[in-house]
Ligand binder design. Structure first.
Ligand SMILES: C[S@@+](CC[C@H](N)C(=O)[O-])C[C@H]1O[C@@H](n2cnc3c(N)ncnc32)[C@H](O)[C@@H]1O
Ligand code: SF4
Length: 445
C-alpha cells in the first residue's frame, strides 16, 4: 500500500480506539495540500530537469473481492472485467504522460510498488498486458526492488508464477490473522487455508523476499488467538513481518457504524492492548532470530532483506504515483491524483495529468518530514541531517526532544537519537510534536 491518508488523532489522548487517524504517512498534513498548488508548483516542477535522487513508481490497483470492515483505502468491489481493463489501459497511458515530463523523462526506475486495493485481484492476462505496455514506455527490469501486494485468496499457482516471471522481488501477503472466525467478522474475503496454499506456492518460486502483513487488534481478537497467530507466523519463517495496530479512520465501515449508533460498544481493543500485542510479537520474533527494523517490521536477515521503497521514500526520493487518488512526490513537490474513478480516468483519456492537489514543502518542512519518517525506523543520526540540510537537529528540535527524553520515550547518545521500545510502539502518536505550530492541530487528511 502506499501510504494513504492516515493520521494522528485526538483519539490517542485517551486509550480507547476511537474514530480518527493515527498513522503519520507524510508531512505536511494532507489537509493543507491545495488544488491551487497543482498549476502553481506541481506542473512547473514537472517541466524542470530531474532532481538528483532515485526515482520510484507506485501503481494503485484499486480493486478488491470484498471491502474489509476496517479498510480506509480507495477501493472498488463492483467493477466488471471490462471496467478493470479500461482502468489498466488508463494507468499505462498515465505512465506515458508522466514519462514525457522533463523531470521524469529517460530516468531509470530504482523501485516499483504495486499497491492497492489488491494488485493480485487482476487476472494473469491483464497483468502481463499491463506490464508489457508499461515496459514499452520505460523498462523496470533494472529496478532494485519490485513489490507486489496480494490478498491470499486471489492467488493461484499460475498467477504467482506470472508475478514472479514479471520480475517481482518482494511479495507481500495480506494475511492479517489466521483465525477464520476473526477473518470473517472483519469482512476479509480469504480464509486460513488460502494463506497456507498461497504461501507454499510463493515459497516454491524463490521470491527474494516474502512479507506477511498482520493487524494487531482486529474485531474479536484475544490474547490466546494473537499468541497463536504470532507462533504460526514464526513457524512459516517469512523474510519479513509487518504488524499494524488497528486504526479506525473516518471512512471505514466500523467507524461509520460506530458514529451512527450512540450506544455502540468499543469494538476494537484499546491502544495499550494493541501495543502490548505488538510488543509480545516483537519479543517472540526476536527470540526466533528476527531483528526489529521499524515500528512495524521485523526481518529475518537484515543484511539480505531491505525495504527499498520505504527507505528511499523516507530519504526524499522521487515517486510517480499512478492511479486514482495516488500520492507522488517529484522534484520536491508532493502531489495527489484525482480521487474519483470517473474524473481520474477522464483526465488521463483527454491527455492531461490527473492531479488534484499538491504542496511544495519549504526546506524546514522537508527536514521535518524526513526526521519524523526516519524516526519510525527507531533511531536517526544528527550527522545525516547536518550533512543534508546544514541543520543541527538537536538544536532545531530541542523542545520536543527534551520532552520525549523526560517522558522516557527517547535517548540521545553521541550521534544517535534512539526511541526506546515503548517509544517505538507509540511513535505515530509522538511525531506531531515535531510539526510546525501551524500544523500541530489541523486535521491530518
Ligand atoms: C492494501 S492492503 C494489502 C493488500 C490486500 N489489499 C490485502 O488486504 O490483503 C495494505 C495493508 O494495510 C493494512 N490495513 C488496512 N486497513 C487497516 C487499518 N484500519 N488499520 C491498520 N492496518 C490496516 C492491512 O494490514 C493490509 O494488509
Ligand atoms: S483487501 Fe486490502 S485493500 Fe481491499 S478492502 Fe481489504 S484491506 Fe482494503
Amino acid at each position: 500500500m502506499y501510504i494513504a491518508d492516515r493520521v494522528m488523532a485526538s483519539s490517542l489522548v485517551t486509550d480507547r480506539t476511537e474514530v480518527g487517524n493515527y498513522f503519520v504517512a507524510n508531512y505536511p498534513p494532507f489537509s493543507v495540500w491545495t488544488s491551487e498548488a497543482v498549476d502553481r508548483d506541481a506542473r512547473p516542477r514537472l517541466a524542470q530537469p530531474p532532481a538528483d535522487v532515485p526515482l520510484g513508481l507506485y501503481l494503485h490497483i484499486p480493486f478488491c473481492r470484498k471491502r474489509c470492515h476496517f479498510c480506509y483505502f480507495r477501493v472498488y468491489t463492483d467493477k466488471n472485467a471490462s471496467e478493470v481493463q479500461g482502468y489498466l489501459d488508463v494507468l499505462a497511458r498515465e505512465w506515458e504522460l508522466f514519462s514525457a515530463q522533463p523531470a521524469v523523462a529517460g530516468r531509470p526506475l530504482n523501485f516499483v510498488y504495486f499497491g492497492g486495493g489488491t494488485p493480485s485481484y487482476i487476472s494473469t492476462r491483464q497483468l502481463e498486458s499491463l506490464v508489457s505496455r508499461m515496459d514499452a514506455v520505460s523498462s523496470w527490469r533494472s529496478a532494485e526492488e519490485i513489490t507486489f501486494e496480494c490478498e491470499p485468496g486471489t492467488l493461484s499457482e499460475s498467477k504467482i508464477a506470472t508475478i514472479r516471471g514479471l520480475g517481482v522481488t518482494r511479495l507481500s501477503l495480506g494475511v492479517e490473522n489466521f483465525d477464520d472466525r476473526i477473518l470473517e467478522i472483519n469482512g476479509r474475503a480469504h480464509r486460513s487455508g488460502e494463506i497456507d496454499k498461497a504461501y507454499a506456492f510463493a515459497q516454491s518460486l524463490d521470491f527474494p523476499q516474502i512479507n506477511i502483513d498482520l493487524i494487531a487488534g482486529m474485531l474479536g481478537e484475544t490474547d490466546a488467538n494473537w499468541q497463536a497467530c504470532v507462533r504460526r507466523t514464526i513457524d512459516m519463517a517469512p523474510d519479513s513481518v509487518t504488524i499494524y495496530q488497528m486504526e479506525l479512520p473516518f471512512n471505514t465501515t466500523i467507524s461509520r457504524n460506530l458514529l451512527a449508533s450512540a450506544d455502540a460498544q468499543e469494538p476494537v481493543a484499546a491502544w495499550s492492548t494493541k501495543r502490548r500485542w505488538v510488543a509480545e510479537a516483537f519479543e517472540a520474533l526476536e527470540a526466533a532470530g528476527y531483528t526489529i527494523g521499524s515500528a512495524y517490521t521485523a526481518v529475518r536477515d537484515p543484511r539480505k532483506t531491505k525495504f527499498i521503497y520505504r527507505d528511499r521514500l523516507w530519504q526524499g526520493a522521487d515517486l510517480v504515483g499512478l492511479g486514482v487518488a495516488s500520492f507522488g512526490h517529484v522534484g520536491g513537490v508532493h502531489m495527489q491524483n484525482l480521487d474519483s474513478f470517473e474524473a481520474y480516468c477522464a483526465a488521463v483519456e483527454e491527455g492531461r495529468l490527473p492531479l488534484n492537489r499538491a504542496l511544495w514543502p519549504t526546506g524546514d518542512e522537508r527536514l521535518i518530514r524526513e526526521f519524523v519518517l526516519q524516526l519510525k525506523l527507531g533511531s536517526v543520526r544528527p550527522s545525516y541531517f547536518h550533512g543534508k540540510y546544514g541543520v543541527d537537529v538537536l538544536d532545531r528540535f530541542q523542545a520536543p526532544l527534551d520532552g520525549l527524553v523526560a517522558e522516557g520515550w527517547l535517548a540521545i547518545a553521541g550521534d544517535r537519537i534512539a526511541l526506546s521500545r515503548e517509544g517505538l510502539l507509540r511513535v505515530d502518536s509522538l511525531l506531531p510534536r515535531f510539526f510546525r505550530p501551524e500544523h500541530a492541530s489541523v486535521r491530518y487528511t
